[in-house]
Design a protein around this ligand. Structure first.
Ligand code: PBG
Length: 336
């Protein structure tokens, strides 16, 4: 047997130039895989900054239209809309009211960008309820799963009628995907897709988001969102969402849950159902605080975190940095 040539076992050869590294890169980022979450607040006439989310604003109806057009121009693949109403009540009436802020904003954005991007809407009651929970409450104060499903169906019909392409079911009620799917089908909305928030963990990283939507929540969502120690449970949620008709599934938050994302991505692969991940408000806030100190490099951190999330198995990534990332990717590839 001949001895191996002297210089085998030298992986650094493929790292020598940027061109070599690019040629063999296993994971690529593209702006079309990125979804920008956006907030629109009823009654605003100018955008309002969100202090715990540097660079992110609550939009007025007008500034939302403009920012949506800019995101599409930058090449971003989708938009996820969240509404902040002026009035709240126990059942979140504003969520299913055709004139409620979120439904109005869906119509605005669809009129502005049409099919040039994917218009997604958050389907959850928490922004609209005066107690801040994702569902309606039973007499004993607990979140009533099945009574909530009826409200989700109404909300989903309002969003589909307003023209949303994809409904993002983020409430973590059991049976939510199947229930909304049936309601959509019965009303003839066969082409409206459902993104199930399959593995949504009860997380401290949602803190800044609750500022953004002016959440009324006191307490927590531990009786319906997943518990951080659990991994296998995410696969149970996945099986249920797929059986109920989810078109896409999601893991959230992203960076602290990359192990969950990998498991869900592997399990979903044979079904062909795309997996998304949500880089949430706290992930942004944590990094932005370090950028402000000059402790982390903003652009490099953005691309590295998004690459990590894609590498762990996400086809689609929701990120508040979507527009900046798209610009950076354009600069790198000289696209357009
Ligand atoms: C619920 C919802 C939440 C987020 C997205 N959808 C908040 C929650 O569950 O408390 C959090 C997103 C983020 O933190 O960026 N409507």
């Amino acid at each position: 047997m001949e001895a191996a040539p002297f210089s085998t076992g030298r992986p650094r050869r493929l790292r020598r130039t940027a061109a070599l590294r690019d040629l063999v890169a296993q994971t690529r980022l593209h702006p079309r895989e990125l979804v920008l979450p956006m907030f629109v607040k009823e009654g605003l006439d100018a955008p309002a900054p969100i202090p715990s989310m540097p660079g992110v604003v609550q939009h007025s109806r007008e500034s939302l239209r403009k920012a949506a057009a800019e995101a599409v121009q930058a090449g971003v693949g989708g938009l996820m809309l969240f509404g902040v109403p002026t009035a709240k009540d126990p059942v979140g009436s504003g969520a299913s009211d055709p004139d409620g802020i979120l439904n109005v904003a869906i119509r605005d954005v669809v009129a502005e960008v049409g099919d040039a991007t994917v218009v997604m809407a958050d389907l959850c009651l928490d922004e609209f309820t005066d107690h801040g929970h994702c569902g309606v409450l039973a007499a004993d104060g607990s979140v009533d799963n099945d009574a909530t499903l009826a409200r989700y169906a109404d909300m989903g019909l309002a969003q589909a009628t307003a023209g949303a392409h994809v409904l993002g079911l983020s409430g973590m009620m059991d049976g939510q995907v199947g229930h909304v799917r049936r309601a959509l089908d019965r009303a003839g909305h066969l082409d409206t897709a459902i993104l199930g928030y399959t593995a949504k963990y009860s997380s401290a990283f949602y803190g800044p988001f609750r500022d953004a939507v002016e959440s009324s929540l006191e307490g927590d969502r531990r009786t319906y969102q997943q518990d951080a120690p659990n991994l296998d449970e995410a696969l149970r949620e996945l099986a249920l969402d797929i059986a109920e008709g989810a078109d896409m599934v999601m893991v959230k938050p992203a960076l602290p849950y990359l192990d969950v994302l990998r498991r869900v991505a592997d399990a979903a692969a044979p079904t062909g159902i795309p997996v998304a991940a949500y880089q949430v408000s706290g992930e942004l806030a944590m990094a932005e605080a370090a950028f402000a100190q000059g402790w982390l490099d903003r652009d490099r951190t953005i691309l590295e975190t998004l690459t990590a999330i894609r590498r762990a198995g996400a086809r689609v990534v929701l990120t508040y940095w979507a527009v900046r990332a798209a610009q950076l990717l354009d600069e790198r590839t000289g696209r357009r």
